[in-house]
Write a protein that binds this ligand. Structure first.
Ligand code: ATP
Ligand code: MN
Length: 465
């Protein structure tokens, strides 16, 4: 019988000496006189288990197959290790090779692979030190997010992946259709989507927010955590076509409450991952970005800054007039570009900063209009190295104001009938935000390219694996 369990993580932490067994993939092998050392990893932790094989104890034919990339079972005695670098080691009495890996062709050799090359072997990069650490952090981060909301009584709601509303205003969408592209049904010179699978045009969702609002206005505090899709053709290191988003939606909450929730949330998940993935984060700090640990500790322990959009623009104008060069123009009414966001968070404040109350024209229709009539209760959380990490707002809960904004934005009113009805029947002040899961991953790990913090990245021109 082969049973699961028996992680290397537990062997490394547990008592020795004792009889033990480990299964995993060979990272490296080193040969001494009549004795061979293997670094074995099963993904359960950053550290490898050193397996010591004596030529007398293990058949030569078996030994021959124990090479980098091979999958083996090693059984023997777990003993305190005389060597440096590990507290215990496994002295093998028996080795079973589940699957060998021809050293002549196995692509993942000991050293010197670029992240770009590893992306091309996404089926094997999971066994590298870097991606082992990335995906353990990703797992811990997902757990931290659920824990944060569950501890606070939030309801986890599954919003649909296929969406019929075609104007959420968040970006370009992927259309979902089963129509025969070589033979499209026509009516009145256009395509007849009543013959499509759902009897109408449908898309992959760009955000679960509008549906989450339905749930917040019944369950008070809710959150979504699911995949979202954007067909924006922006080939940047911060954009994916398929990414995961966390969207809390909170009834009886205004923008100040929303801001506090976002800050508490970010600090909580950072502290959780710092605690849970210490060895992985140390690796990132040593090999990827030497500022990661200091930045995270700093963020977890300090208050976020808060400025209004109007103040932020003034700061940017002063910087520009003082000789700071920006590629894009700054001025009230213009959206902040990534370089402006990074200037604020990296050079002015040197920590996360929350910018609020943007001009109504540059933000989505559902954001609550301020009394000045020209700004809305929007907030963006900007983080050093990343720029925008969270976007959110207090929602417009007043029926007449919302209807007016839908019309001004030139949106098809009939598509929003249910969204409007939420304001007609038992409306309430409410607010929420969206955190890009992979942006947070970049922040935690220091990885520079968003393609390297998701198992199987989808970007323009690329959907391998
Ligand atoms: P950006 O200006 O960076 O494109 P956005 O204004 O389009 O962001 P929102 O629509 O507010 O972003 O989405 C909420 C969050 O989702 C963002 O704060 C960001 O963390 C993340 N996000 C947005 N677009 C992408 C993408 N293409 N890939 C990965 N994460 C994204
Ligand atoms: Mn965008």
């Amino acid at each position: 019988m082969i049973e699961p369990g028996g992680y290397i993580r537990d062997l490394l932490a547990g008592p020795a000496p004792r009889a033990a067994e480990a299964r995993g993939w060979v990272k490296t092998r080193r040969d001494g006189k009549g004795v061979h050392f293997v670094q074995l990893n099963d993904g359960s932790c950053f550290q490898d288990l050193q397996v010591v094989m004596e030529a007398g104890a293990i058949p030569a034919e078996t030994l021959r197959q124990v090479t980098t990339g091979a999958c083996i079972r090693a059984a023997g005695d777990l003993t305190p290790s005389p060597g440096a670098g590990q507290a215990v080691e496994l002295r093998a009495r028996e080795i079973e090779v589940y699957g060998g890996a021809d050293p002549a062709s196995y692509p993942l050799q000991k050293k010197g692979h670029t992240l770009e090359f590893l992306r091309e072997i996404a089926h094997l990069r999971t066994r590298s030190n870097t991606f082992g650490a990335v995906f353990r952090v990703r797992n811990a981060l997902a757990f931290a997010i659920h824990r944060f909301f569950q501890e606070r009584g939030f309801l986890y709601v599954h919003t649909p992946v296929i969406s019929a509303s075609d104007a959420e205003g968040a970006g370009a969408m992927f259309q979902v259709t089963t129509l025969d592209l070589m033979n499209l049904p026509r009516s009145n010179g256009g395509i007849d989507f009543t013959q499509d699978f759902f009897g109408r045009k449908t898309f992959l969702t760009v955000s679960g927010q509008l549906e989450a609002e339905i749930f917040a206005l019944a369950f008070s505090n809710v959150y979504t955590f699911g995949p979202t899709f954007r067909a924006e053709n922006s080939n940047t290191p911060r954009h994916l076509a398929e990414f995961w988003m966390i969207e809390p939606e909170v009834a009886f909450c205004d923008l100040d409450g929303n801001r506090r929730l976002a800050e508490e949330f970010l600090k909580y998940i950072i502290a959780f991952v710092l605690d849970r993935c210490a060895a992985d984060l140390e690796f990132f700090n040593k090999r990827i970005d030497s500022t990661v640990l200091a930045t995270l500790a700093h963020v977890a322990g300090s208050d976020f800054e808060h400025v209004s959009y109007t103040e932020a623009v003034r700061m940017l104008e002063r910087a520009r007039d003082g000789g700071r060069a920006f590629e894009f123009p700054v001025g009230w009414g213009m959206d902040l570009q990534s370089e402006h966001e990074r200037y604020l968070t990296e050079e002015v404040f040197r920590k996360p900063v929350i910018v609020t109350d943007y001009p109504a024209e540059i933000k989505a229709f559902y954001m609550r209009l301020n009394d000045d009539g020209r700004t809305v209760r929007a907030m963006d959380v900007l983080a050093p190295r990343i720029g925008e990490i969270i976007g959110g707002s207090q929602r417009e809960e007043r029926y007449d104001v919302l209807l007016d904004k839908i019309r001004r934005h030139g949106l098809p009113e009939q598509d929003y009938w249910w969204y409007l009805e939420l304001r007609k029947y038992g409306t309430a002040p409410h607010a929420g935000f969206g955190l890009g899961f992979e942006r947070m991953m970049m922040y935690l790990t220091g990885m520079k390219n968003i393609r390297d913090v998701i198992p199987f990245p989808r970007t323009p021109g690329s959907a391998a694996f």
